[in-house]
Write a protein that binds this ligand. Sequence first.
Ligand SMILES: O=C(O)CCC(=O)C(=O)O
Ligand SMILES: [Fe+2]
Length: 357
Amino acid sequence: MTVGSKPPSRPNSKTKPRVAPYEFTSRTRHKDAPPASDKGNHTGNEGQTGYSTFPRMISAGTGSISVNEMLMTPANASPSLLRERFRRDGYLYIPQLIPREQVFLARRTIVQDLAKTGFLEPGCDVMDAVTKKSENTNASPSLLNRQDLANSDSVKEVLEHSALYRIFEILLCDEVQKVLRQDRHDRDSASIRHPTEQIQSHPYKWLRAVGRNLYTGPHVDRVYFPSYPLVTTAWIPLGDITTALGSLVVAPGSHRSPKFSRLRATYGNSRVGKDGTQSGWIADNPEEIHVKFGMVRDDIQWVSADVQMGDVCIIGLDTLHMSSNNVVQPARWRISCDTRWFRRECARSENCLPWAS
Ligand SMILES: O=C(O)CCC(=O)C(=O)O
Ligand SMILES: [Fe+2]
């Protein structure tokens, strides 16, 4: 497929398995999955096969953990279900919240830039974001420093999509319930009348292209946001991301379970530097966390997903999470963006803006 191709049509989320992202053909296996003949005995990289079966073993940091599948919450779920699950689990996995066509266009903008700046292997489909085989394996596009790219039209349309405003109005504002009750017909629509009135998206966007063998270690976002009382993260994959490419991994319930109270009271109260940097990680090896905070191994149950363009994961401020390692072969960039959301009044009352490390 060429760069100028039009985006693939949106899959019907009811028809599983979901399709590979950058193809028009009806491929049913994920790009990272091994050949069908391998199924059943393939162990791949530490068991990371890209199969749609859970639980599975994944590489995370310097360790290896078992993950179950994230619970999917439909984009048109009622406000009460969205709130209830978010309160209970500390995260929401919402497949196809954003039209995949729009995410496709955003991805295209980013990968074209990666091609221009020399980070993609020549001769490969740019949409696959195949990492350039270079002698300097540490070369990184440092997309965190590319706010220009994050703010380009096609990317920003995804990162600040009206569907996200609607979700955060539901999760962060009591008032929206009243508005929605007044007009039941509006309830399931993608946007409410004035989606930006109460909610603000942080202007800084944490855009990432994560290379092979890299990952984000276990952390809670609170340690990076001491002065934002209600900030909530929307993790937006800008491509199809299997657990082998470096998907989000979350510990459901870790934001409120008594088992995590020591973690929250000690590490969770600490303050560190820049978001997502190593300074805020609990450990390089997630298998060490329970030992540090007086838990037993089974107290921490991890979940993850093979996410697709259009999917969004919402993460609470105190919810333990990380990414899995990018171990796919041939090496490809994992492209995603963390976006932060809060009530507009919070930005006025707290020293929330601009982002400062
Ligand atoms: O994408 C990643 O590697 C980290 C994501 C994350 O920690 C977040 O979105 O808060
Ligand atoms: Fe995070």
